[in-house]
Design a protein around this ligand. Structure first.
Ligand code: CP
Ligand code: NVA
Length: 315
């Protein structure tokens, strides 16, 4: 039995993980970050292989998986849709069966949540969701780690997401906050509220954890927030919505006026990155003293390493 009991598990959405399991991943992330800072050289992935499947572009997620795995002796293999079939000339099921015979784990970034689910069902090895249209679970782990680095345990803290409330990042934050008891407000116009089914599920989870989950069109809701979070207005694959999003989301830009509405001097700013400065966030905020976006980006690597250690039974 590994410490976290996560050996052999995939991470497709945080809905599948119990609060204690998420907590154990966050604790392990703190440990691996400390090991890295102390310069400890470890080789826990020696002899292991990892397939990295990308339908969409990535800087952080790809680099986090590659460096976390490679620096500990593992062999990551990057495969874009330019390189492999994956549904083009070979079904996702068959690709999964083959990759499962050659790799110890698979990461997938792409469009459909059903693709990452199929990979998990047919490969027989742990599969990690590195972003789909619906969820971005490894991002949410790094986000809570960063919140906790600044304010201690997340339980009872207030995180506000302002922007496209129905995107993968907002939806994943809602899940992790509902599970861990972090108070979470999605500040978004009525056209972009998250889907009813997820809101109801998170409402049930929140009643168990003590979290308060709110959805509001009012930026004044950031009052008292420990952290204000935003993401791009137009996610990958939605480029045709650019103008509409600009129109709907301009009042939700994170800038000095919005940050002042927190009424606090120590509120931090979070962003999953990449950022479009001048759209969802002004440059003075993301490049200013409240920003923890760069720590958050670094924490992608530590949380992803922790996830792989736990699910490969090496923690
Ligand atoms: N935050 C994030 O997922 O970044 P990338 O798109 O660069 O991987
Ligand atoms: N919501 C963004 C997140 C990028 C990390 C997108 O899907 O493009």
């Amino acid at each position: 039995m590994t410490r976290s009991g996560l050996k052999g598990r995939s991470l497709l959405t945080l809905l599948d993980y119990r609060a204690e399991e998420i907590r154990s991943l966050l604790d392990l992330s703190v440990q691996v970050k400390k090991e890295k800072q102390e310069g400890k050289i470890q080789q826990r992935f020696t002899g292991r292989t990892l397939a990295l499947l990308f339908e969409k572009r990535s800087t952080r997620t790809r680099c986090a998986f590659e460096t976390a795995f490679g620096e500990e002796g593992g062999h990551p293999v990057f495969l874009s849709t330019q390189d492999i079939q994956l549904g083009a000339k070979e079904s996702v099921e068959d690709t999964a069966r083959v990759l499962g015979r050659m790799f110890d784990a698979i990461q997938f970034r792409g469009f459909k949540q059903t693709t990452v689910e199929t990979l998990a069902r047919y490969s027989g090895v742990p599969v990690y969701n590195g972003l789909t249209d619906r969820f971005h679970p490894t991002q949410a782990l790094a986000d809570i780690m960063t919140l906790e680095e600044n304010f201690g345990p997340g339980q009872g803290k207030k995180l506000c997401f302002t922007g496209d409330g129905r995107n993968n990042v907002a939806r994943s934050l809602m899940v992790i906050c509902a599970k861990l008891g972090v108070n979470f407000t999605v500040i978004t116009p009525p056209e972009l509220v998250p889907d009813k089914e997820l809101v109801e599920t998170c409402g049930r989870l929140a009643s168990e954890s003590g979290a308060v989950i709110r959805i509001s069109p009012e930026t004044a809701e950031v009052e008292g927030a420990d952290a204000v979070y935003t993401d791009v207005w137009t996610s990958m694959g939605e480029e045709d919505k650019k103008e509409e999003r600009r129109r709907l989301l301009s009042p939700y830009q994170v800038n000095a006026v919005l940050m002042a509405k927190t009424g606090r001097k120590d509120t931090i700013f979070l962003h999953c990155l990449p950022a479009v400065k001048g759209e969802e966030v002004s440059a003075d905020i993301i490049d200013g003293p409240a920003s923890r976006a760069w720590d958050e980006a670094e924490n992608r690597k530590h949380t992803i390493k922790a996830l792989m250690l736990a699910t490969l039974g090496l923690d």
